[in-house]
Design a protein around this ligand. Structure first.
Ligand SMILES: CC(C)(COP(=O)(O)OP(=O)(O)OC[C@H]1O[C@@H](n2cnc3c(N)ncnc32)[C@H](O)[C@@H]1OP(=O)(O)O)[C@@H](O)C(=O)NCCC(=O)NCCS
Length: 158
């Protein structure tokens, strides 16, 4: 998983990205709720993959992938307010992209209300919701959880 020691110096509090587990779901939900992001459905999605960044025994951030064959819905990216602007968000996205690509995912799609510039810097482009496959559009995020005003973005993985 991603080595963040170069960003933070190597000690017991060095942030480390790992796969999330069932035991992390409460912490993930709490981070999402604090950031005003949808958390209600996170336990009920078959095949949902999560990653967390942990430092000093605390979950400081998370991201999730809802897979739809060669497409994937990147969702639930959040970093705790006091841990932002240290590269954790970017590294969570890079870890998800790397793992998704290894699993055969070719295109990532996301919805965001406030972080479009952050994702643009990482190579995501705004697309219309109509440009997204019906499989991804069938997700709860597209159907009901994210407002229609959210920006839809996409990136083709190499
Ligand atoms: C978006 C979020 C995950 C970014 O996490 P982070 O750990 O602060 O991001 P990073 O430190 O990796 O930032 C990487 C770059 O993006 C920039 N950036 C961070 N958040 C940004 C934002 N909301 N808008 C524009 N740029 C942003 C940083 O300045 C940094 O640029 P730099 O390397 O030139 O300094 C975090 O702000 C967050 O949790 N926001 C609330 C939840 C949210 O909106 N999630 C997205 C839902 S899809």
């Amino acid at each position: 998983m991603h080595d963040l020691s170069v960003l933070c110096g190597m000690n017991e509090a060095t942030p480390r990205i790992r796969h999330g587990s069932q035991a992390d779901l409460s912490a993930i939900e709490s981070l999402l709720q604090s950031a005003g992001l949808p958390a209600d459905d996170i336990r009920g999605i078959p095949g949902l993959l999560t990653w967390v960044v942990e430092a000093g025994g605390t979950i400081q951030g998370a991201i999730a992938l809802e897979p739809f064959g060669k497409e994937g819905l990147l969702r639930s990216l959040v970093v705790a307010p006091d841990a932002r602007r240290h590269g954790l968000g970017r590294n969570l996205v890079m870890q998800l992209e790397s793992d998704a690509s290894s699993e055969g995912v070719r295109t990532l799609v996301l919805l965001t209300q406030t972080a479009a510039p952050f994702f643009r810097d990482l190579g995501y482009q705004a697309v219309g919701r109509d440009d997204v496959s019906s499989a991804v559009k069938s997700s709860a995020q597209f159907r009901s959880l994210c407002p229609a005003s959210a920006t839809c973005m996409s990136k083709i993985l190499v």
